[in-house]
Design a protein around this ligand. Structure first.
Ligand code: PEP
Ligand code: MG
Length: 579
């Protein structure tokens, strides 16, 4: 019997889970060599056809994006890869071999591709030899698509996923198998996989460095998402302790729910709007329990991540109307696609620096057709008059002006076609890039509201990758530069009489709430699981004391001093009033 081992990482999503480890290795290509029984053949054939179809869709999308970015000529490789998938002779040959030899699709496909590649590999022509890599790439994609379904379906309920890395789509995909926890070697607290874990209320610990090397599939594992701890082979008494902790946590959650029905106002009568961020369907369910709660951030790219492609206009209208109906009579702030960074599909091409690359509004303005379609769908769904539209990753005035031209054009088109929509639908932007902070005075004159994305703002301001566990200590919400920047954004917004909200994860950090209140932020948009607790905190603070806190910390020059003061304030002025 192996002994209990404790490992420390970064707490990314609160909660405790005890279960069996499932080791997820994305890069490994698994070729199933087993001989099939007669009644397995039909399913194998249809799985193969399905994998070809998915691979074709992925490659077509990559091809289109590649044409946009590197031109038609340089994108021929993807065309050639799609041609392989379109080769009927090749395809039918694989199908008849599966039937005849009763071997798995991945086995036959791998064998046929190797034959094809073999002739290229032995060719005298350098160019032909290089094409081998391209063919191999297609093989890996198709086999991966065949295995992906098998990998996921093999996950038993209540498993805890251990992986080197998880993408946001992996996180969502696994949650459909009711997994109980995530532990990864890499990743930071504000990676999108971590945000999605919190949204799904699945405990997660990230930045474990090499945990995926130690875990044996099926091993018992405890995830403590409060402390950022993983325990392998826990002893009986450790399991008992954790079960007790879990019971206490659930009790506390039940107590908090009563705050949902009380107003968002401080002890001395200052209101602070409280809304929620929506990433996944489960959060909409959770919202139904929150009385009259608006949406401060709906990440529309979830539609794209979920399906692996852009949704149609009709699907978007349906979704956005549903979002507005759920939030009604409160606001529903819908953000246009923020694709890129770590929000990629498994098939997306990697950029050397994706967070500094083709992302958010940049993609929207380059792919105007997609952006126009989204704006049109949003406006058509705005008839309940509670929608707000928000643009991500703004870094210049030109971007806002260009987006506004498209926005106004779409409005004219709808007027012409006599399609109903809410004409004064507010149009705002995220402030999350340092250049936008510097231009906040001017940007405030162009838009109806600001929403600060602290997740990105902190990473860009401090030059600290939000996904990189090696620099996680340097990702500091209470860095003096962050506090001063937040203050200056609020001042710029209020000078032009527009509201300033925060929809980054800092708004969901309990000890940061007095700071954000004292900085005169108008609205906090938080992860729904934290909504009752944040409301309880707002109701326990005095605005006048939060202002004094800001007076003090804006004179400090180090993060250590500010953090110490903020923690003291929380312990003395907030904690005693939480019941
Ligand atoms: C942010 O950057 O704070 C934000 C809310 O946007 P996202 O996390 O989706 O990048
Ligand atoms: Mg962001």
């Amino acid at each position: 019997m192996s002994e209990e081992k404790i490992y420390k990482g970064i707490a990314a999503s609160p909660g405790i889970s005890i279960g069996q480890a499932y080791l997820y290795t994305r890069k490994q290509i698994f070729i199933n060599t087993k001989v099939l029984s007669e009644d397995e053949i039909e399913a194998e054939l249809s799985e193969f056809k399905n994998a070809i179809e998915i691979s074709r869709t992925e490659l077509t999308k990559i091809h289109n994006i590649a044409i946009e970015r590197i031109g038609e000529k340089n994108s021929k490789i993807f065309e050639a890869q799609i041609e392989i998938l379109n080769d009927n002779y090749f395809f039918n040959n694989v199908l008849s071999r599966i039937k005849r030899e009763k071997r798995s699709a991945s086995y036959v496909f791998n064998d046929e591709i190797n034959k094809l590649g073999g002739t290229l590999l032995t060719s005298d022509d350098d160019y032909m030899r290089e094409r081998f890599a391209d063919i191999n790439d297609v093989k890996n994609r198709v086999v991966r698509n065949m295995n992906r379904e098998k990998l996921v379906s093999k996950v038993e309920e209540n498993s805890i996923i251990v992986a080197h890395e998880l993408s946001p789509s992996d996180t969502i995909l696994f949650s459909r198998r009711k997994v109980q926890g995530y532990a990864t070697d890499v990743g930071g607290i504000n990676s999108h996989a971590a945000i999605i874990s919190r949204a799904l209320r699945i405990p997660a610990v990230v930045g474990m460095k090499v945990i995926s090397k130690f875990v044996i599939p099926g091993q018992t594992i405890i995830i403590d998402g409060f402390e950022g701890i993983i325990i392998l082979n826990p002893e009986e008494k450790t399991i008992d302790n954790y079960e007790e902790k879990l019971r206490a946590y659930r009790e506390q959650e039940k107590k908090l729910i009563k705050f949902v029905y009380l107003p968002n106002v401080t002890l001395d009568g200052k209101p602070l709007e409280l809304t929620v961020n929506i990433n996944v369907d489960d959060e909409m369910e959770l919202m139904r329990n929150l009385k009259e709660c608006g949406i401060g951030l709906y990440r529309s790219e979830r539609l794209f991540i979920d399906r692996g492609d852009f949704p149609t206009e009709a699907e978007q209208i349906e979704e956005y109307s549903k979002i507005c109906a759920i939030a009604y009579p409160k606001q529903a702030t819908i953000r246009t696609y923020d694709i890129g960074g770590d929000k990629l599909l498994p098939s997306s091409e990697r950029e050397p620096n994706p967070f500094l690359g083709w992302r958010g509004i940049r993609i929207c303005l380059d792919r105007e057709d997609i952006f126009r379609e989204q704006i049109r769908a949003l406006l058509i769904a705005s008839v309940k008059k509670n929608m707000k539209i928000m643009l991500p990753m703004i870094s210049s005035i030109e971007e806002v002006k260009q987006a506004k031209i498209i926005f106004n054009d779409v409005r004219k088109e709808l007027d012409r076609k006599k399609i109903k929509y809410h004409k004064p639908t507010p149009f705002g932007i995220m402030i999350e890039v340092p250049s936008a902070c510097m231009l906040a005075d001017e940007l405030a004159k162009e838009v109806d509201f600001f929403s600060i994305g602290t997740n990105d703002l902190i990473q860009y301001l401090l030059a600290v990758d939000r996904n990189n566990e090696l620099v996680a200590d340097l990702y500091q919400e209470f860095h003096p530069a962050v506090i001063r920047t937040l203050q200056s954004i609020v001042t710029s917004g209020h000078k032009s009489n527009i509201k300033v909200s925060i929809c980054g994860e800092m708004a969901s950090n309990s000890i940061a709430v007095p700071v954000l209140l004292g900085l005169d932020i108008d609205e906090l948009s938080v992860t729904p699981g934290k909504y009752p607790e944040i409301k309880q905190i707002i109701r326990a603070i005095r605005y006048s004391e939060a202002k004094e806190l800001i007076e003090k910390i804006t004179t400090y020059t180090t993060e250590t001093e500010i953090r110490k003061e903020v923690i003291n304030f929380y312990n003395e002025n907030v904690k005693p009033y939480l019941k």
